[in-house]
Design a protein around this ligand. Structure first.
Ligand SMILES: Nc1ncnc2c1ncn2[C@@H]1O[C@H](COP(=O)(O)OP(=O)(O)O)[C@@H](O)[C@H]1O
Ligand SMILES: N[C@@H](CC(=O)OP(=O)(O)O)C(=O)O
Length: 448
């Protein structure tokens, strides 16, 4: 049995639905289908999820007018009418959205989650109707019925371990099951969404729960490439990746697969295959537990912006028992998660996502560091980007760091920090955000 996830780009129009219908018909193992909300039809189109976010904001900010709802409805109306599906589905979707707005209008966070989730929820209903119209035995299964029990934090759901028992029973159901991605239900009965891009996470959880033979993730590229294809023309296609390589690359900017979607499949050893809805004959990229390293020690180079570094200096820091713990405790108190902590004898840096220091908490944190840790200096360095060089073959290859730093030097890029984890599957370089694309391109050409 295969669990198959279709991303927003695969479901952006009636024409895309038809490609999906064919893909499902072509392989009888494709029994559980996870859908995203309709994505972009062209470059400056707006994703359904973003239309729904605007709709939710308009209700909370009391600027709501029926036009914002109609923008959402236009997308479904177009798909439903071009697929010749029963028009009553349009009214069911509209009534459902109006009910959600009425039910949650006093609760900003829950309204946002309920409307965001409706993008995938309604699309799953349309997909089930479409597959049935093709003569398949297909049914819509809500995440509640599927057993997707999650934590209760709006926009940041995590699956609860007990969910897996109920999910496993989906194996015994007849026909094709169409499940909306991107959200689950908390024990308190609320709709809770995963972070953006989270339909990949739903697919992975369901694939692990039913112990699928494969989790196929359909998107709009033939494979995962060694570098973001928007930065380099014709980049190298990756045939096979390990879970940990993918986790590092996804975390660092390969948006094609969500980094939080690795853990569930890893736990059950379900292989993932990333494939193209527009070209399903292409073999795609397989993500598996282990692979033979052939030729290239590095498999991919990824980058992400939006970081800053809290740089702390204190003479004899190395002798001070508990310094690091106390520093991280301050961040914990202020609800800040950190990404990396490169350190020296008398200095330590903590890299955090810049958006966490918004809303005036930056000065408060710096004051606490000064007062409680009596540091010599503390500064925040902003507009940083992280570049990650990843590959299972790196650990056994001499000279990776030298090759990377030479490439960056030749491109005139100032390296702000270097970090290599103990697994040696990745090496990270901190650079100025405005030099990051150049850094990635020069590293790509050095390694491939
Ligand atoms: N290394 C990479 N390989 C392939 N695609 C990548 C990579 N890095 C970023 N991408 C981008 O990811 C996109 C697919 O992800 P996404 O837009 O989330 O698709 P979907 O709509 O299927 O969920 C590609 O179109 C491409 O622009
Ligand atoms: N629709 C949601 C969830 C998702 O996974 O979408 P996509 O498959 O288009 O990345 C979002 O835009 O975040």
């Amino acid at each position: 049995m295969k669990v198959v996830k279709f991303g927003g780009s695969s479901l952006a129009s009636a024409q895309q639905f038809q490609k999906v219908g064919k893909i499902i018909t072509d392989d009888s193992d494709r029994r559980i289908v996870i859908v995203s909300a309709p994505g972009k039809r062209y470059d400056d189109d707006i994703k359904m999820t973003d239309l729904l976010i605007s709709l939710a904001k308009s209700v909370t900010e009391e600027t709501y007018n029926p036009r914002s709802l109609q923008l959402v409805m236009d997308r479904y109306e177009e798909i439903i009418s071009e697929l010749n599906l029963d028009k009553s589905l349009v009214e069911t979707i509209r009534d459902g959205l109006i009910d959600l707005i009425e039910e949650y209008q006093q609760d900003e966070d829950r309204l946002m989650d309920a409307l965001k989730a409706s993008g995938e929820n309604n699309n799953a209903k349309v997909m089930a109707a479409y597959l049935s119209s093709l003569g398949m035995e297909a049914s819509y299964v809500s995440p509640k019925e599927a057993g997707m029990v999650v934590t209760n934090e709006p926009g940041n759901a995590r699956i609860l371990p007990e969910a897996y028992e109920k999910i496993a029973s989906l194996r015994d159901r007849e026909g094709i099951l169409v499940i909306p991605g991107f959200f689950g239900y908390s024990k308190q009965g609320h709709i809770v969404t995963f972070p953006r891009g989270g339909s990949d996470i739903t697919g992975s959880i369901i694939a692990a729960g039913v112990e699928a033979d494969e989790y196929e993730n359909f998107t709009d590229v033939d494979s995962i490439y060694s570098v973001n294809p928007n930065l380099v023309n014709n980049p190298r296609e990756i045939k096979e990746l390990t879970y940990r390589e993918m986790r590092e690359l996804a975390y660092s900017g390969f948006s094609v697969f969500h980094d939080e979607a690795l853990q569930p499949v890893v736990s059950k050893g379900v292989p993932v295959c990333v494939k193209n809805t527009n070209h399903p004959e292409a073999p795609g990229t397989r993500i598996v537990g282990s692979r033979t390293v052939n030729g290239y020690p590095v498999v991919g180079i990824a980058s992400d912006k939006g970081f800053c570094s809290i740089n702390i200096t204190k003479y004899l820091m190395n002798r001070e028992v508990g310094f690091g713990r106390h520093l991280l405790e301050i961040l914990e108190d202020e609800h800040i998660s950190y990404e990396h902590t490169p350190s020296g004898i008398d200095n330590m840096s903590v890299i955090v996502r810049e958006n966490q220091l918004e809303n005036g908490n930056e000065e408060k944190i710096l004051q606490r560091i000064r007062n409680e840790l009596l540091v010599d200096d503390v500064q925040v360095e902003k507009d940083l980007a992280m570049v990650m060089v990843v590959g299972e073959g790196m650990a056994k290859t001499v000279g990776i760091a030298s090759k990377a730093t030479t490439a960056l030097m030749e491109a005139g890029i100032n390296i702000k920090m270097i970090n290599q984890g103990s697994s040696e599957v990745s090496m990270m370089f901190g650079v100025d955000a405005d030099q990051v694309d150049q850094a990635v391109t020069s590293l790509y050409h050095a390694f491939f």
